[in-house]
Design a protein around this ligand. Structure first.
Ligand code: NAD
Length: 506
């Protein structure tokens, strides 16, 4: 179902300009980087891309700022993040306008993305009075053994287009309270939201007297990212994006003994058991599979349904899909906005073609909605005879593959038999089955849910996945430890020197 006709490029540009003005951010007009909108597929502004020398200088300045920031008491660092969080609250709607303009998210999801930024600031402020080390029982009399956490250095944040601001905020709010400086290389597809968010942080930095260069933005494409990856002054590279990107970034950072935190592609599945509440499952599945037009790392891509309930569930899903309002993401009635680009729509079409060649049947969707510009597609459900090659890949578009199973063991085996390991869920009312799914030999993902879809994590938990998803964890829980270096301290407060392991010497 198509909703209102998308706005024109001029209308989007006017909204964007007004939002940027309210935030106070200026657009560095020039050449090298086009700020486009997927709403129409057109260019909004031509921006000046940072040069290699600019990137190097930004890293150098951040490294210098780190020297002062690392000894600023953590609660005072928290004050910067608290001030930033207040600015985010004041400009929530403005930032959401930019998220919609550049990533194509519908209004409620764009606001939700900014809310995540606010939430992680709150979390980080509390964390700034914690950052606990440990005290460990020493084997020696008159000795104390302890672990302390210290700021790490410059954190290079490389982010993807689909969470253009929240992922940066997850990293940056935590890194700043941990005493690190940050250099941000956002997706080349989303420079405007990056400029606005970064400007608000600059305002908070100025208001709290933090070192001006404790955060630097670098606008550019993959080459700018590579510069950050290869620079030995960058202690931690936190990179979010495709598995292809992570495969390049991980070894390069490791080659210089830097640290990396990788948040890469997912191929998330839900198991639907015979006891599942199908009404609840349908709602959870439709949001997880078609929400954000299938462009979340946690998007539900595979449904593993018990054969007894498959027809019933698929009937409910195809009916729900047929009524999904697709179109203008600024329109509150819309649930599915545009794909990021024509190329993404072509990739989706190619995946559907391959699925058909592998024996799949497209049950609903998969076609383009005719619009003057922008890539609007109808989310697709495809029934597959087996977990074929295309099902094992992440296609970054709204395609849900349906597989059936007979035994729980078969469901878990299918579930885990893909290269990625981000998010997973089971819909069941059988407690044993739910617990088995969460157990050591159940789901092999970083996120495993019960009776809720695969997407829409809260910031309080650690976020990330296993296998080709990269193994990184960010956001809540104790993910902050990745942003600090650990020191083990042995303190002898006796007047004798006792060696460990009963060694005697001298
Ligand atoms: P992408 O890999 O094309 O780009 C991501 C970022 O990496 C961009 O800033 C890009 O400029 C940069 N980059 C690309 N190659 C690089 C290289 N060799 N060296 C340094 N930087 C490089 O990803 P995308 O299309 O923007 O985002 C979609 C992908 O991101 C999907 O695969 C999705 O699953 C994944 N994603 C994962 C998470 C997660 O938390 N696991 C979150 C969001 C998105």
């Amino acid at each position: 179902r198509a909703t209102a006709v998308p706005p024109t490029t001029d209308e989007v540009r006017a909204r964007v300009r007004a939002a940027l003005d309210r935030v106070g951010a200026t657009v560095p007009e020039g050449t090298g980087l086009a700020a486009r909108t997927p709403i129409t597929g057109d260019t909004l502004f031509e921006l000046r891309a940072d040069t290699a020398a600019d990137t190097d200088a930004a890293i150098g300045a951040a490294a210098e700022a780190f020297r002062a920031w690392r000894t600023t008491p953590a609660p005072a660092r928290g004050e910067l993040v608290r001030t930033f969080g207040e600015l985010l609250r004041a400009h929530k709607a403005d930032l959401a306008v930019l998220v919609t303009a550049e990533a194509g998210k519908i209004a409620s999801e764009a606001l939700g993305e900014v809310q995540e930024m606010i939430d992680i600031c709150d979390f980080a402020v509390g964390l700034s009075r914690q950052l606990y080390g440990r005290s460990i029982a020493s084997e020696r009399p008159g000795h104390r053994l302890a672990e302390t956490y210290h700021p790490l250095g410059v954190v290079g944040v490389i982010s993807a287009f689909n969470f253009p601001a929240a992922v940066w905020a997850w990293n940056t709010a935590i890194a700043l309270v941990c005493g690190d400086a940050v250099v941000w290389k956002p997706s080349e597809l989303t420079p405007l939201i990056s400029l606005a968010a970064s400007h608000l942080l600059d305002r908070a930095i100025a208001a709290t007297g933090a070192p001006a260069d404790v955060h630097r933005l670098v606008l550019g494409d993959r080459a700018a990212g590579e510069r950050v990856v290869d620079d030995p002054r960058v202690a931690l590279v936190s990179a979010t994006g495709s598995t292809r990107m992570g495969r390049e970034v991980g070894p390069r950072v490791a080659a210089r003994f830097g640290r990396s935190l990788l948040e890469l592609g997912g191929n998330n599945a839900a198991v639907v058991a015979p006891s599942a509440d199908l009404r609840l499952a349908t709602a959870g599945i439709v949001f997880a599979a078609a929400g954000t037009a299938g462009q979340r790392c946690t998007t539900l891509r595979r449904l593993i349904v018990h054969e007894d309930v498959a027809d019933d569930l698929v009937g409910r899903l195809t009916a729900a899909y047929a009524g999904l309002p697709i179109g203008d993401p600024y329109d509150d009635a819309t649930l599915v906005g545009p794909l990021i680009s024509d190329r993404a729509a072509d990739t989706m079409a190619a995946a559907l073609e391959q699925a058909r060649a592998e024996g799949g049947e497209v049950l609903v969707g998969g076609t383009r909605v005719p619009t003057p510009g922008g890539a609007y597609v109808r989310p697709a459900i495809v029934r597959m005879p087996a977990q074929t090659a295309i099902v094992r890949e992440e296609t970054f578009a709204p395609v849900l593959y349906v597989l059936t199973y007979r035994t729980f063991e078969e469901a878990v085996a299918l579930h885990n038999d893909v290269p990625q390991g981000l998010s997973s869920s089971i819909f069941t009312q059988d407690q044993r089955e739910a617990e088995r799914f969460l157990a050591a030999d159940g789901s092999d993902c970083g996120i495993a849910n019960v009776n809720i879809g695969t997407s829409g994590a809260e910031i309080g938990g650690a976020f990330g996945g296993e296998k080709e998803t990269g193994g990184g964890r960010e956001s809540g829980s104790d993910a902050w430890r990745a942003y600090m270096r650990r020191a083990t301290n042995t303190i002898n407060y006796s007047d004798t020197l006792t060696l460990a392991q009963n060694v005697s010497f001298l």
